[in-house]
Design a protein. Structure first.
Ligand code: AMP
Length: 282
């Protein structure tokens, strides 16, 4: 397992693998890896001969008041986890390697990015689409792995690959949770003990929604109202959104009459956490 800092070196290595007829999987991450990331690396290792894990806190996807500076970083710890899960390379470039002076080309998307996280994080998906396109161009993987935890991101990437005819198979992987239900996230490290307990309202609300859908409820307002009531009872929680959207367009729907996504974003203290369920997984 190698830590690689330059685009040239990743390209050289991938070219060598491809000349040997080996398949390549890519797992894009922002580092500070946990078992959620590990599940993606495991999936790539299972499906491909070689796996590249990118480890890059992408400045372009953070808004001016967001947590770019405080985002946790630990490349040595990440390297150990990648090695343990069968990854072959960690690509860990400096921002200046990814965005040279004068950088001025962007990949942007309409419709799907206008709802949910796109509303509260207006520059986020342009940053995500741009960096993921660059990673796809640099690594040219056969397959790329994304978590369902970031459900809108997964939908946006699938759409981008389709719109722009990128010859890469996108694999969505299930949400990995802590034992008590909290979805694993690098941002969970921001929570103090009291907030960590309060954060359970997210997965509890998700379970309320899943339970209602299982029982045949298909009225979106009835489901999201029940979820919001549960979250609002926690004094440390502040709802950003609780919504049910069409999985294909990310636009809100009144009734679950097609594949849908129920997505929530909640501030616990000053930490913004997300969680969701896909109706097709119920
Ligand atoms: P991040 O480092 O937070 O940008 O995440 C990198 C990738 O890991 C994204 O595709 C995430 O959706 C995925 N991921 C993060 N947390 C989890 C989790 N708890 N379960 C599954 N995938 C996850």
């Amino acid at each position: 397992m190698k830590i690689v800092k330059t685009i040239d070196e990743v390209r050289r290595q991938v070219k060598e693998w491809k000349s040997q007829g080996l398949s390549v999987g890519l797992v894009p991450t922002m580092g500070y890896l946990h078992e959620g990331h590990a599940s993606l690396i495991d999936a790539s290792h299972r499906d491909n001969d070689r796996t590249v894990v990118s480890d890059f806190v992408n400045p372009m996807q953070f808004g001016p008041t967001e947590d770019l500076e405080s985002y946790p970083r630990d490349i040595e710890r990440d390297a150990a986890l990648v090695e343990e899960h069968g990854g072959d390379i960690i690509f860990n470039p400096e921002p200046s390697e990814m965005y040279h002076e004068g950088f001025s080309s962007f990949v942007d998307m309409d419709v799907l990015t206008k709802e949910l996280c796109g509303l509260s994080r207006p520059v986020h998906f342009r940053g995500v689409c741009t960096v993921v396109s660059k990673l796809f161009n640099i690594v040219q993987p056969d397959r790329a792995y994304f978590g369902k935890k970031d459900a809108q991101q997964l939908a946006v990437i699938r759409h981008m690959v389709d719109d722009l005819n990128m010859d890469i198979e996108i694999i969505g992987c299930p949400i990995v949770r802590e034992e008590d239900g909290l979805a694993k996230s690098s941002r969970n490290t921001y929570l103090n003990a009291e907030e960590r307990k309060a954060a359970l309202v997210l997965s509890q609300a998700i379970n309320i929604g899943i339970g209602m859908v299982r029982n045949g409820e298909n009225d979106c307002a009835a489901i999201t109202d029940a979820m919001k009531r549960h979250i609002s009872a926690e004094p440390l929680a502040k709802i950003d959104y609780v919504k049910i959207v069409d999985l294909a367009t990310m636009q809100q729907i009144p009734v679950i009459d097609r594949p849908a996504l129920c997505a929530i974003a909640v501030y616990i203290g000053s930490t913004r956490l997300i969680d969701n369920f896909f109706t097709e997984d119920i």
